[in-house]
Design a binder for this molecule. Structure first.
Ligand SMILES: Cc1cc2nc3c(=O)[nH]c(=O)nc-3n(C[C@H](O)[C@H](O)[C@H](O)COP(=O)(O)O)c2cc1C
Ligand SMILES: Nc1ncnc2c1ncn2[C@@H]1O[C@H](COP(=O)(O)OP(=O)(O)O)[C@@H](O)[C@H]1O
Length: 309
């Protein structure tokens, strides 16, 4: 299914208007988000399904000094929304003007005039507008006045409570990518462009494709069994380190370095995805390169065992 991403809400063409619109930040597009999308679609299967999300995430706008926390940046979010059936993704720019818009003005100008929404869907805790002044009760009254349908979806829960982006972030920070995957409904994936490092990896016998975490959440530092998704879509198992290379003196920024098993070639400049599958051990400071090499060899063997590779 093709999905179009709209990064502005002014002057949308007719084809991008008049659908069912699922509302939310939707970071991660987790199982709870997908329940909202499914409910939106089944309420009005005759209409194209759209998701309305904000870019940057409002928290990135209000608290730019906070550490990065995103589960999905826009391209990955849009891909997950497309896979969940969205024909359109409206990544509404969250700037000072939008932050200052009252809930009623947001409904009138963005939802009604710009998007021509015919049906709306959101989670029960959705809040929006200046100082989060609009809630689901407000939205229900507004939609009724306009003759627009609204589907409010209760949270999807597991034994520990409602599924949320916050719980998924905590699981990743605590080194439980498997728990995060259960909540997401898929492995968590970091996407980035492979950059040139110090070329030490190949000397050690373990070349690693490096990507910066950038605005992604920093998961627990350490070693993971991973699956890499290459630009051509192929999946390659590997072992990765999330960290700042304390053995080599330490880096100012955290990188994700992946060695791909039984793979040879050039990845520089390629956009790749790295799916964290299992946490293997914490980042360590080794006493020299030989000790580091031996640790990587044993990490690789464990990752192969975990992945059956
Ligand atoms: C599986 C794996 C585990 C690693 N574990 C550590 C570690 O615990 N401590 C550390 O300082 N560096 C660790 N590294 C990072 C290496 O220092 C890094 O891959 C090497 O310096 C190559 O750097 P380059 O890509 O810039 O050439 C690990 C790398 C891999 C692939
Ligand atoms: N099996 C492999 N796993 C990861 N990268 C590989 C592999 N084989 C070749 N490469 C290439 O080697 C580069 C990593 O080599 P490395 O010596 O660690 O250099 P750098 O310091 O630039 O990361 C990767 O970016 C990729 O282009």
């Amino acid at each position: 299914m093709t999905c179009q991403v709209w990064t502005g809400w002014h002057g949308l063409p007719a084809a991008a208007r008049g659908g069912t619109v699922a509302l939310g930040n939707l970071d991660g597009v987790h199982r709870g988000h997908r329940a909202v999308l499914a409910a939106a679609h089944s309420a009005r299967p005759d209409l194209p399904l759209a998701a309305l999300t904000f870019e940057p995430h409002p928290r990135e706008h209000f608290r730019p000094q906070d550490p990065p926390f995103r589960l999905t940046l826009l391209p990955a979010k849009a891909a997950a929304l497309a896979a969940a059936g969205c024909a359109h993704v409206h990544a509404v720019p969250f700037d000072a003007a939008l932050a200052g818009m009252e809930a009623e003005a947001f409904c009138d100008t963005v939802l009604h005039e710009a998007l021509g929404a015919r049906h709306l869907a959101c989670g029960a805790d959705f809040a929006f507008g200046h100082r989060r002044g609009g809630d689901v009760a407000f939205l229900a009254r507004w939609a009724e006045r306009r003759g627009i349908g609204l589907t409010v979806v209760p949270p999807v829960s597991d034994a520990a409570g409602p599924i949320s982006s916050t719980r998924i972030r905590r699981a990743l920070q605590d080194g439980y990518p498997d728990r995060a995957a259960a909540l997401l409904g898929r492995d968590w994936e970091v996407r980035g462009e492979v950059f040139h490092g110090d070329r030490l990896g190949r000397e050690l016998g373990w070349p690693t494709a490096n990507v910066w975490l950038g605005r992604h959440l920093e998961p627990a530092r350490g070693v993971y069994a991973v699956v890499a998704v290459l630009a051509d879509g192929s999946l390659v198992p590997g072992v990765a380190n999330v960290g700042r290379r304390p053995t080599l003196g330490g880096d100012p920024e955290t990188r994700l370095e992946t060695h791909l098993f039984d793979w040879f070639g050039d990845l520089y400049g390629q956009e790749i995805g790295i799916r964290l599958h299992r946490f293997l051990r914490e980042d360590a400071t080794f006493d020299g390169l030989d000790a580091l090499k031996a640790a990587i060899a044993s990490d690789a063997a464990r990752a192969r065992a975990v992945l059956g590779a």
